[in-house]
Ligand binder design. Structure first.
Ligand code: KMH
Ligand code: ZN
Length: 272
């Protein structure tokens, strides 16, 4: 099997420093976390923005600052989250691609998301996909259940997505597919040939689901968006620590973590 792209999801939309004081929230903290994760073996950093109060924001000035700082301090590919946070309107979230990150997430469906609602209306999703195609922003398709996969494939059939498609199979969100091997296998079976894919394991299933995904030939993501714990009862000290652990799993499975240049090649991104 070939090497694996490791992504570090540094912050996420939900946790706060009260949940884990090591959670990076300011632009400087996020850039430092990106550097640490990249040094530990992550080729991609998935980035949610926070405002001065620590709340999720889609402020374009914050986006430019954070992406600029990360680019100064590491070579990691930056993937901006257009998911942003459950309370931020879709129309503000979609405007984030105007910051022209190399990559950004595209969530194809509205869903219940734990106690909240994650709003991704069909017309907005099609508009966002079209704009990403126009700007050359690579979408990472976050699919939380089999129906989301169908919607993503329909976008592709409409000509709104460029190949190679890149999927994240998200398991463990209440409202999406549970973190079970059977769910993962069922979704991987339905992926189109030639796509790139990774597992995002939320919460308790994080380590097992990402390890199974790596063993099946996928890429893998970790980071403080996905789990705040290194193991039960032990808070992660940093994103780098979580990346280091996943790199160890990948190497044990003979899936050498890919560098940024190799990740670019797998995802069909140009050189910078
Ligand atoms: N904002 C969360 C509800 C993404 O990054 O695009 C889901 C999320 C997805 O974090
Ligand atoms: Zn995210």
């Amino acid at each position: 099997m070939s090497g694996a792209i490791i992504t570090a999801a540094l912050t996420g939309p939900i946790a706060t420093k009260a949940d884990n004081p090591a959670l990076p929230t300011s632009p400087e903290e996020i850039a430092a976390a990106a550097r640490g994760a990249w040094e530990a073996g992550a080729a991609i950093v998935h980035v949610h923005l926070r405002d001065g109060d620590g709340n999720p924001t889609a402020d374009l000035a914050v986006a430019h600052r954070v992406v600029g700082l990360i680019n100064e301090r590491s070579d990691a590919l930056v993937q901006l989250s257009t998911g942003v946070g459950l309370m931020v309107p879709f129309e503000e979230r979609e405007a984030l691609v105007e910051a022209r990150p190399e990559m950004a997430t595209l969530n194809p469906c509205t869903m219940s998301f734990a106690a909240g609602e994650f709003r991704n209306p069909p017309d907005g999703v099609r508009r966002l996909a079209a704009r990403m195609l126009e700007l050359g922003v690579k979408p990472e398709l976050e699919v939380y259940d089999t129906g989301h996969l169908d919607v993503a494939l329909a976008l592709h059939a409409e000509g709104l997505l460029a190949e190679p498609l890149q999927f994240s199979i998200v398991l463990g969100v209440r409202g999406g597919a549970a973190a079970t091997p059977a769910n993962l296998v069922a979704m991987v079976d339905r992926l189109p040939a030639g796509c790139a894919w990774q597992v995002i394991g939320i919460g308790r299933g994080n380590l097992a689901m990402t390890a199974i995904g790596l063993a099946m030939g996928g890429n893998a993501r970790t980071g403080m968006e996905d789990t705040l714990l290194l193991r039960r009862g032990v808070p992660a000290e940093s994103n780098a620590q979580l990346v280091d652990r996943l790199v160890g799993v990948a190497r044990a499975l003979e899936r050498e973590p890919l560098g940024v240049a190799e990740a670019r090649e797998q995802l069909g991104l140009g050189d910078t």
